[in-house]
Design a binder for this molecule. Sequence first.
Ligand code: CA
Length: 543
Amino acid sequence: MKLVFASFLFSISILFSGCSSESNLPTDKTISTVKKQPNILFVMTDDHSRHAISAYGSKLVNTPNIDYIAKSGVLFNNCAVTNSICGPSRAVALTGKYSHINGFKDNRSKFDGSQQTFPKLLQKEGYHTMMVGKWHLHSKPQGFDYWNILVGQGQYYKPFMIENGDTSEIEGYVTDIVTDISLEQLAKRDQSKPFCLMYQQKAPHRNWMPNVKHLDLFANDTLPIPDNFHDDYDYRSDAASEQDLEVKNMYMSFDMKLDPKSFLENDSAEFKDRTGSEYKYPNETGTGGSKTWDPVFNWKYSYDRLSAEQKKEWDEHYKPISDEFYQSSYSEKELAEWKYQRYIKDYLRCIVSVDENLGRMINYLKKTGEWENTLVIYTSDQGFFLGEHGWYDKRFMYEESLITPFIMKVPNVDSAIVNNDLVMNLDFAPTILDYAGIPIPPDMQGQSIKPRLEGETFEREGQYYHYYEYPHGWHMVKKHYGIRTDSFKLIHYYSEAEEWEMFDLNNDPQEMNNIYNSPDYKNKQAELNQLLIELRTKYKEVD
Ligand code: CA
């Protein structure tokens, strides 16, 4: 019933949404159904797993404000990213095109800002466009009336930000700051235009530094550990066992926030050994620094950004943990689980801040009467491992990393719909343009989800994926591509040894047992191979 009602409302708004700008809208105020083009609030967080959102059934944390969007809209259970890593995913969201088409394949890439993006198209059609927070595309934002971005990955405390080209250091905690600036700009904007705000948080990206006011959350809890935390990677490709994603190898200083007194040499040597190369930490202007990436240096750099008062609160929380650690001894297994608890608690504290700040944003839109006519998208640049397979981070085509949270409230409809279609982050740009009544450029590779929410079917046989960042970069996940259907997944690793994996997602949702070349699945395997070839052709992949 709700869908039918939604469809009726949409059909009314469609009558007027084909207009190219607000100035063309009918002005007869007696037509009560006339709406201006919807505002767009695009909320993107960084590395936010669905398993840390209560609307998705999280056993770890409550996120009432994210859940509120789900209660007012549509929760998507199967939204895949095309390439599970920060910069590339953002480039896909902006362009509606795969990495090999938009040119941003891994985090070393520089985004060609001259290309077509959905904010540019919105701006051209009369929108007031704003971009605040994490950008991470290494080139100047284009297509925005206002932009204020974090330098590089951004810092949790006293971050460097670039406002329309000018860099400064902002006192405070990053999640609050990004929200403060966003609310200020919403208030200052040209109220005669619909707005598009890209509100993009750094949190909960590594190294998960909470706001000091949230340090005591979960402090006395023992949080549940995933069933497959102690995965031995049997029955999987070598790529699964040869990665560098394991929680047990997290840094004691940078990740665990322990006093680094005995880790200086160990951490540095360990890091260089594992990667065979050195990393550059961006300097304050974001132009690339000369400092070799070192966990202790980076931990000190992050910690020193706290004010004296913040450091006092911080130390009151972490010093007893640090002292206790140095006085204890742990088996390898105990240490891995201890690290998991340390990791997950800081991660979740960062999420609580994200959720509280989202609440501020929702309240503002309600108070100013904009909520009803705003299209709200909540998503992350990709999923994240929260201890599944013993891992953190992303990159792999496995479910936790591939499937990203995607919750969307569409204007003037209040309904809690759960959707299981094979949607993708490739679809964000065409969907936003469709709701704004702007024609979708034919070269965008995604498809609008709007017709689906008006009662039509959504056609996509499989989700095509391609990850490129190897052997340079972090975490040593080998290059691979593959497809996911509603029941199966096929993955091809190709950067060193050629390896294939296939999973039966219904019978093996944790992806523990590779069934590639199993006689029981011979026909299904042939079918998936054929679909993979078709999708590679469709999306213009060239070997
Ligand atoms: Ca990310």
